[in-house]
Design a protein around this ligand. Sequence first.
Ligand code: C2E
Ligand code: MG
Ligand code: MG
Ligand code: MG
Length: 278
Amino acid sequence: TAKNSGKNQYQVYNEQTGNTELRKMELQKDMQWAIEAGQFYVVYQPKWNVQTNSLVGFEALLRWNHPRLGVVSPGEFIPIAEETGLIVSLTKWTLNEACRQCKKWKSRGCVNPISVNISIRLFQTDTLINFVKDVLEKTVLDPHLLELEITESMVFLDIDDIIRQLHAIRSLGVKVSMDDFGTGYSSIGLLDRIPIDSLKLDRLFTNDLETSSKRAIINAILLMASDLNLDVIAEGVESQEQIESLTQLGCNIMQGYYYSKPMKVEEIDPWIKSRVLE
Ligand code: C2E
Ligand code: MG
Ligand code: MG
Ligand code: MG
């Protein structure tokens, strides 16, 4: 009967909620030791310039190899790390790892910058500038080879304070990029005040280029970016058709599965070789 099935649904729902909660608790608990236990690692996704047909950088993306649950995605564990405050040491670790790797590539003659995602939480503690300085000193990396990706959600915080911190970071020579641009919180009204170097067009736009209204929005974003002297990178590029539409609109830098999924360090050399041979 309807009543029974309703009851069953309720139980299933409850069970699922329970599992989610348990999983979250497990992740929360185990994360305390995961850095020391060496369970985190960084994967790298290339950014490609279509006009020059060349590699222009890598984005560092964090992964957690949990001993029982396997590889956990940052979409799941970053929010938990933000809640517990562990995001601070996690960011320190990731920045260090990414800069160390970039320095290694540099010593082999590769001059592509590395981008690291920075949670907006880091701006609340006002420690980011010191982390960045420390890491650059320790890894002896040219500051111009580091880029920080931040998100629009910062418009909810003390914007003047964030602008001050961003100026300090950029005065080191480090670049700043606005990630997932165009989703949710509109920072458009602040773009002429927030000191950044580039915008990353969110996957939502790249995925829906057939819609003329989406094309009109991308067109407007690109015009505005060009006026403000900002580079634009399209994220989530998966097909040749998307690349054609984006280049027609004047966007030349791409990132997405079409070129490569995020790779472990040892996968990168073979990937570069295969691109050159193409
Ligand atoms: P994001 O910075 O916007 O990174 C892009 C995400 O889209 C990555 O997911 C990437 O694997 C995925 N992606 C790239 N190309 C494609 C594509 O062509 N199609 C599809 N469907 N997806 C694509 P990932 O690695 O799971 O990261 C998710 C989010 O987690 C990131 O979004 C970023 O906000 C956050 N994140 C990742 N690493 C870190 C980190 O070290 N620190 C912080 N604070 N956040 C991080
Ligand atoms: Mg990013
Ligand atoms: Mg993004
Ligand atoms: Mg994204």
